[in-house]
Ligand binder design. Structure first.
Ligand SMILES: NC(=O)c1ccc[n+]([C@@H]2O[C@H](COP(=O)([O-])OP(=O)(O)OC[C@H]3O[C@@H](n4cnc5c(N)ncnc54)[C@H](O)[C@@H]3O)[C@@H](O)[C@H]2O)c1
Length: 271
C-alpha cells in the first residue's frame, strides 16, 4: 500500500481490460490518476472509482492525436500540479484484425499505417509531452505496453507485431536519452490476457479459443489476468524500480521463454 503516494499518473486505454486494472492498482497504491480513453465510457469508469474513494479523473481523447496527447498532459498538470508516471497502454489490433492483419502480401498498407499511428505514435507522443513536465518534478517513470507479438515472427498480425517491436525501440531510445535526467522508460509485454469470453466472437470460429491454442507452449498452467500486468506496471512506476530502465518485462506465463520444440516434446511425452 502507498507505494505510489504523492505520485500523479496518466493511463491511456484506461477504459479497457488492462488499463482499468492498472488504474485501480495504481489508485490503490495512492496515485492520483488521469484516465484517458477514446471511449466516453471512461467517464463512467472514473465515476465508479471516485465512488470507491480513489482520486481519478477522466479525459476523452485519441492517443494518435498530438493535440489530445499534449492536452492530457496539460490536464494532469492543471488538475494535480505535476506528472510522475505515464502508462502508454492504449493499443489496437485494428478493426477486423483477424481477417485484415495477416501476412505481408495480404495486409493493406492502410491497415499497417493506422496500426502504427495508434500503437506507436501514442508512445512517441506520450513520452514527448510527458518528459518536460516530469522533469519539472525531478524525473518520472514511463511504461509502455508492448506484446510478445513484437518479439518473434508469425504468419499473421504483421501490422500489430511491427507496431509492438517499434514500441520496444522507442522505450529503449527514451531510456537512453533521458536516463541521466531521472526519466525511466520500460515496457511490459503481456502474453495472452483473455477478456471475459464471448463464445460467439470470431476468434472462436475455428472452435478453439486462443488461450487453448497457446496452452501447450505456456510454462505455467494458470491463465494470465489483467491484475498480473497491473502488478508489474505498479512496480515499474514505483521507486522500488528506481534502478530499472530500458527493460522489456514479459508477463506471459513463460510462453516465450523456451525453445520452439517444447510443445512437440510435450506431445511426444504424452503419446
Ligand atoms: N489483452 C491481451 O492479451 C494483450 C496482450 C498483449 C498486449 N496487449 C496490449 O495491451 C494494451 C491494452 O489491451 P487490452 O487487452 O486492455 O485491450 P482493450 O481493447 O480492452 O483496451 C484498449 C483500450 O484502448 C482504447 N483505445 C483504442 N484506441 C484508442 C485511441 N486511438 N485513443 C485512445 N484510446 C484508445 C480503447 O477504447 C480501449 O478502452 C494494448 O496495447 C494491447 O495491444 C494486450
Amino acid at each position: 500500500m502507498n507505494r505510489l503516494q504523492n505520485k500523479v499518473a496518466i493511463v491511456t486505454g484506461a477504459a479497457g481490460l488492462l488499463g482499468l486494472a492498472g488504474v485501480r492498482a495504481m489508485a490503490r497504491e495512492g496515485a492520483q490518476v488521469v484516465m484517458m480513453d477514446l471511449s466516453p465510457t471512461v467517464h463512467e469508469r472514473a465515476q465508479e472509482l471516485t465512488g470507491s474513494g480513489y482520486d481519478v479523473s477522466a479525459y476523452v481523447g485519441d492517443v494518435s492525436s498530438e493535440k489530445d496527447m499534449s492536452g492530457v498532459v496539460e490536464h494532469a498538470k492543471k488538475t494535480y500540479g505535476r506528472l510522475d508516471i505515464i502508462w502508454n497502454n492504449a493499443g489496437i489490433m485494428g478493426a477486423g484484425w483477424l481477417e485484415q492483419d495477416t501476412d505481408v502480401v495480404n495486409t493493406t498498407q492502410q491497415h499497417l499505417l493506422r496500426t502504427l499511428e495508434v500503437n506507436v505514435s501514442s508512445v512517441f507522443l506520450g513520452s514527448k509531452f510527458a518528459i518536460p513536465v516530469m522533469l519539472e518534478g525531478g524525473g518520472g517513470s514511463i511504461i509502455n505496453t508492448s506484446s510478445i507479438q513484437g518479439a518473434n515472427g508469425d504468419t499473421a498480425l504483421i501490422s500489430y507485431g511491427t507496431s509492438k517491436a517499434a514500441i520496444d525501440y522507442v522505450t529503449k531510445a527514451v531510456a537512453t536519452a533521458y536516463g541521466h535526467l531521472g526519466i525511466r522508460s520500460n515496457a511490459v509485454a503481456p502474453g495472452l490476457i483473455p477478456p471475459p469470453v464471448d463464445p460467439t466472437g470470431p476468434e472462436w470460429a475455428s472452435g478453439v479459443a486462443p488461450q487453448d491454442l497457446l496452452r501447450d507452449s505456456q510454462l505455467l498452467d494458470s491463465q494470465g489476468r489483467p491484475e498480473d500486468i497491473a502488478n508489474i506496471v505498479v512496480f515499474l512506476a514505483s521507486d522500488e524500480a528506481k534502478f530499472i530502465t530500458g527493460e522489456l518485462i514479459r508477463v506471459d506465463g513463460g510462453l516465450t521463454a523456451h525453445l520452439p520444440t517444447l510443445s512437440d516434446r510435450r506431445k511426444l511425452a504424452k503419446a
